[in-house]
Design a protein. Structure first.
Length: 124
């Protein structure tokens, strides 16, 4: 009986030792995987910065182009408006001169008819 009790105790000791060894092995740090080539974080940040700078430049250029197009459209609209005003003045001036000419012709015809009524002949 003594022998069987000892065996049981030894089995328990062995089992405890194995459990302790397994726990220690589980807690040991694992070897890290090292990259074949080191990662250059500064170069990555610089590349992102450059990409952002280029995208902002493109956006500014797009805004500048849109502003230039708006200014050109406004300039063309102003020129068209000015041209329309000039054409309206020109048409008004032509109409006024035409009316003045017709009035002058009517006065002349009236004058001639007054002379003819008095016995004057035309072309004397």
């Amino acid at each position: 009986m003594n022998y069987s009790k000892q065996t049981k105790f030894t089995d328990r000791l062995n089992t405890a030792a194995e459990a302790k060894a397994a726990l220690i092995a589980k807690l040991k740090p694992k070897p890290t995987v090292t990259a074949a080539e080191p990662i250059d974080r500064e170069a990555e940040r610089e590349a992102k910065r450059e990409e952002l700078r280029l995208s902002r430049l493109a956006e500014k250029e797009k805004q500048r182009q849109a502003r230039a197009e708006r200014e050109e459209a406004a300039r063309l609209a102003a020129a068209a408006s000015e041209q329309a005003v000039l054409e309206a003045k020109r048409a008004e001036r032509k109409e006024r001169k035409s009316n003045e000419k017709m009035d002058a012709q009517a006065r002349r015809a009236q004058r001639l008819s007054a002379y003819q009524g008095r016995g004057f002949s035309e072309g004397v």
